[in-house]
Design a protein around this ligand. Structure first.
Ligand code: FES
Length: 949
């Protein structure tokens, strides 16, 4: 598995129109002007030896292995930095060149550990390969001169080591950190012989530096200087499988490199269209959870959640679950059971769960965890544009001139896309950040936001409308676009609404808390700065006016004509790997696949004729309604696949009351999660490495998930759902997920052309993918909106009912941290905990001082809903009056204190605004202690009574 074969210089970086033709080793080749000789040689099928060059980085020209001769020119220029010119005649192999290359290689190797030429661990070492390529068999120089061989290894990073003795100071790691990742953590210190790679000026090692462990440096290293510890421990991989990461909505492609059934490492896949060969610390390294000892591998049942678990066979567990479902429906009615599907599972698995509910349970009580994150995106974008999805692909950011980020923290939540965005910003695009907190993007190396509007949590609608006010009243509108593409009457109503003086930045400053002058400048920049792209996240959706803000964002894009071409658009940054897919697959109680309402006779008929059952034409229960109905005694059985609702849903007390009232709770997961404390059936799930299927990322890209190892519990998740369906009497007999996708494409117009064969051919496709767009749709709404005319919606600001006052004077908002993922079930079971082992409460020093709180103190956080305790972190990232925390640790369970307010249109909970008070505390609250005991109790497992299959 040599890196040499993987490097592909086939696609020139420069896309200059003009071509030049030259001769290389007698072969004629034409390339775009500006292409390096090395690239041109690659195009002609000639490999020039190299060390410091790689196609992920700009040419550098430091190693001088790639030298060539050019007819009529003196010297031996480096082919990686010398542009190809018309009529050039280049020679890559001469005795002189061989001598130079061999001499350079000899010098490198002479300052390298003795075992270099034979080092068994370095099967993917380019230095070793190049030594062979230039014919170096032995080194004439001894090791007694000055060298770097005694330098100490840096083992501080949990995932990779840095061995300076093997470093050739080619700068590839430094350049990868700068150009690809955009963190600038590495540098070359010293000069000449003393020059060496260093992890920042102010730090002793990688761990204490600014390094974010994205792995770009390890990937770029041509020797074994930077090497994964897993490779050192397990050995070099023997085979690899290309699959898709199961963390965030970026949907990075990776090569899972294996040794037998053991995963050695995940290597970002260069042909992956979402990540283009980059990765973050989670997808690249945080895989330990997949084989963690906490994984439950045998099905378990118990009479009630207060009893001990009993390991049983699959037959017994599924038989027990199915008979309980039937019993409950017989006793309480058809609508007394339902299911929640997971945005972490594949499209095919999600599709099967909703099919089980609609065709097997005979109701529409199916909801998904997207309910608590991006359901307002569905409502808002469907209303404005006609479909529920981001408008662009990630590549589009390369053509953006102004990037507006609202309610998202890409460097932590979507780090691989954030690197693309930062690159574009370093190239000169302008940035506007609208966020209560000073997120990293506001000021990060070589990037500084033009405007940061630190608004009060809960005031997004007022802010977006104020921006629109400036654009309309100052005549900055794209009038032609509006006339051609949008509903003119709706526009006029909306323009009259936003023009009102009461919606000016000055008038709403008392609501948003933002300097009106900044708002005016930001509006002018977005409207007039060229291609304007909006990216948003849960800081938009998880509000009582989440859907309204999404529509206000759409209004802003339409009024400026920033829709329907590259570089612009409205782009929700989806939180989980398959949240887009879960929504697409008909996981909401009111919609079939492709966002078609259950009341539509024509759509129901499609499914009824295929499934041979009658389908309810009434929407089913949403997640919060399921809990209400459970407490009321009308909802009795719930099947939850891959979702920890007790931790992730709002108002934990109400959720636990609902779960407590159920007669049957089936949890299908990798771990005994917090929800499983209330379960009486546990079905062990499979990790993404153990199944075939597809995920759909934030850019609507359908990517293949490929089975890398056998399911540890015996079944992939789709097989478990199928077996449960069979137990309740359904005729469900898929032999492979590709057959499920074939059914999805048959019943879903936007997926009509999608098949595993097409995905194999194209790598991935973005829906709509049908007769009209046979290879998918990178940019939506070109020429016409999906709904026809773009719809401007009046977005009246309505303050949330959650208000501050004397008892609760501070506003709490929440978010993610780079190293952790959602409720932490996966990442807490990896070495990522070294970066974040507990949730902290960020508080402004002024607010802390008023309450006698010092950095690191335990504080009690009280709201109208409940209280929790955690440690304080003093920082001016948050404004006075605002506090912030992450939600990755169950012992904090920040949702204990969030309220049950929710988005008016979709019930998406208002996680981002909670009025709180803070006081010094001695440690965990009473419930936290009780909770710890309950968790320990409910996880007791009885000795195996029945051999599992
Ligand atoms: Fe061209 Fe290193 S590869 S100088």
């Amino acid at each position: 598995m040599s890196l040499i074969q993987e490097i592909d210089f086939g696609t020139p970086k420069s896309k200059a129109e003009k071509e030049v033709t030259l001769t290389i080793d007698g072969r004629r080749v034409s390339v775009p002007e500006g292409t390096s000789i090395m690239r041109a040689a690659m195009d002609a099928g000639i490999q020039v030896p190299k060390l410091c060059a790689t196609d992920m980085l700009d040419s550098f020209g430091s190693c001088r292995i790639c030298v060539v001769e050019i007819a009529g020119r003196n010297g031996t220029p480096a082919s990686c930095t010398t542009p190809a010119m018309e009529g050039m005649s280049v020679t890559t192999q001469t005795e002189r060149l061989k001598r130079i290359r061999k001499g350079v290689m000899e010098l490198y190797i002479s300052d390298h550990p003795l075992d270099c030429l034979t080092c068994a661990a370095n099967g993917d070492c380019e230095l070793q390969d190049m030594a062979g390529a230039v014919g170096l068999r032995e080194v004439r120089y001894g090791y007694d001169g000055e060298n770097h061989l005694a330098k100490e290894k840096d083992q501080s990073n949990p995932y990779f080591q840095f061995d300076p003795a093997k470093c050739i100071v080619c700068s590839r790691c430094v350049r990868a950190c700068e150009e690809v990742q955009g963190t600038f953590a590495l540098t070359i210190e010293g000069r000449g012989f003393d020059s060496q790679v260093s992890a920042g000026m102010m730090s002793d090692n990688f761990f204490s530096s600014e390094c974010v462990s994205c792995g770009a440096c390890v990937q770029a290293c041509p020797t074994a200087t930077l090497e994964e510890k897993s490779v050192i421990q397990i050995g070099l991989p023997e085979h690899s499988v290309v699959t898709t990461c199961a963390y965030c909505g970026v949907g990075c492609s990776f090569k899972a490199e294996m040794r037998g059934e053991e995963l050695v490492r995940m290597v970002p896949y260069k042909d992956g269209k979402a990540n283009r060969g980059h990765s973050c610390v989670k997808g690249r390294f945080a895989l330990g959870y997949a084989t963690h000892k906490d994984r439950i591998l045998k099905p378990m049942i118990r009479a009630t959640y207060k009893d001990e678990w009993r390991e049983v066979s699959w037959d017994e567990a599924l038989g027990f679950a199915a008979s309980k479902i039937k019993e409950i429906q017989a006793k309480y009615g058809r609508g007394s059971v339902g299911a929640i599907s997971s945005s972490r599972c594949t499209n095919e698995e999600v599709y099967l769960v909703q099919k089980l509910v609609r065709a097997g349970f005979g109701n529409n009580n199916i909801d998904t965890c997207a309910r608590v994150c991006h359901s307002p995106t569905g409502y808002g974008l469907s209303t404005a544009f006609g479909t529920s999805a981001g408008t662009q692909d990630f590549d589009s950011v390369e053509n953006s001139d102004v990037i507006l980020v609202i309610g998202a923290n890409p460097t932590d939540g979507h780090p691989v896309f954030a690197s693309r965005m930062k690159k574009r910003l370093r190239e000169g695009a302008k940035l506007i950040v609208i966020d209560p907190r000073r997120i990293d993007l506001v000021r990060t190396p070589h990037v500084e936001a033009e405007y940061h509007l630190p608004l009060t949590p809960g005031t997004n609608v007022a802010m977006m409308t104020a921006l629109a006010h400036v654009i309309v009243t100052e005549g900055l509108m794209a009038e032609e676009f509006i006339r051609d593409r949008c509903d003119w009457e709706a526009f006029q109503d909306w323009a009259t609404f936003v023009s009102d003086e009461s919606r000016s930045p000055e008038a709403v400053a008392k609501i948003t808390g933002v300097d009106p002058d900044l708002v005016r400048k930001a509006a002018r920049l977005y409207a007039t700065g060229g291609n304007g792209a909006i990216y948003y996240g849960l800081g938009v959706t998880e509000h009582s006016q989440g859907s309204t803000t999404v529509m206000a964002i759409a209004n802003l894009a339409m009024v400026t004509g920033n829709i329907g071409r590259r570089g612009v658009g409205v782009n929700p940054l989806r939180g989980q790997n398959n949240v887009q897919g879960a929504c697409d697959m008909g996981s909401f109680p009111h919609e079939f696949t492709g966002y078609r309402h259950v009341s539509r006779d024509d759509v129901r008929e499609t499914f009824e004729s295929l499934w041979k059952v009658k389908i309810d034409n009434e929407p089913g229960l949403r997640i919060p309604n399921m809990f209400d109905a459970a407490v009321d005694g009308t909802f009795k059985g719930l099947y939850v696949q891959g979702e920890d609702i007790l931790q992730s849903d709002p108002d934990t007390k109400h959720v636990s009351a609902g779960l407590d009232a159920l007669e049957l709770l089936i949890v299908q997961d990798l771990f005994l999660n917090e929800t499983a404390n209330y379960a009486n059936v546990f079905l062990p799930g499979s990790s993404f490495l153990e199944k075939d299927g597809t995920f759909t990322n934030a850019e609507r890209r359908i990517n293949r998930v490929r089975k890398v190892m056998s399911p540890k519990s015996g079944y992939a998740d789709w097989e478990i759902t199928q077996r449960l369906a069979q137990e309740i009497g359904m005729d469900m007999n898929y032999s492979h997920p590709s057959e499920i996708m074939d059914e999805i494409s048959k019943v879903t117009p936007t997926f009509a052309n999608v098949s595993y064969a097409l995905l194999e051919k194209e790598g991935s496709v973005q829906w709509p993918c049908n007769e009209e767009h046979p290879e998918g749709t990178p940019t939506m709404h070109i020429g016409e909106f999906m709904r026809g005319k773009g719809n401007f919606v009046v977005t009246e600001y309505v303050a949330t009912d959650e208000r501050t006052g004397p008892r609760f004077p501070l506003l709490l908002t929440t978010g993610r941290i780079l190293s952790q993922y959602n409720v932490g079930a996966q990442t807490r079971r990896t070495d990522n905990v070294v970066w974040h082992d507990q949730d902290l409460l960020e508080i402004h020093p002024h607010d802390a001082e008023m309450r006698g709180v010092r950095d690191g103190d335990w504080v009690k956080l009280d709201s109208r809903a409940g209280s929790t305790s955690l440690r304080a972190k003093l920082t001016d990232r948050v404004a006075v009056g605002v506090v912030y925390t992450t939600f990755h640790h169950p012992m904090t369970q920040v949702n204990v204190i969030t309220t049950d307010f929710s988005d008016w249109a979709t019930n998406c909970p208002e996680y981002k605004v909670t009025a709180v008070q803070i006081s010094p505390s001695n440690g965990p609250t009473e419930w936290q202690e009780e909770y710890r005991e309950l968790t320990e109790d409910s996880r007791r497992i009885a000795p195996i009574l029945d051999a599992a299959e």
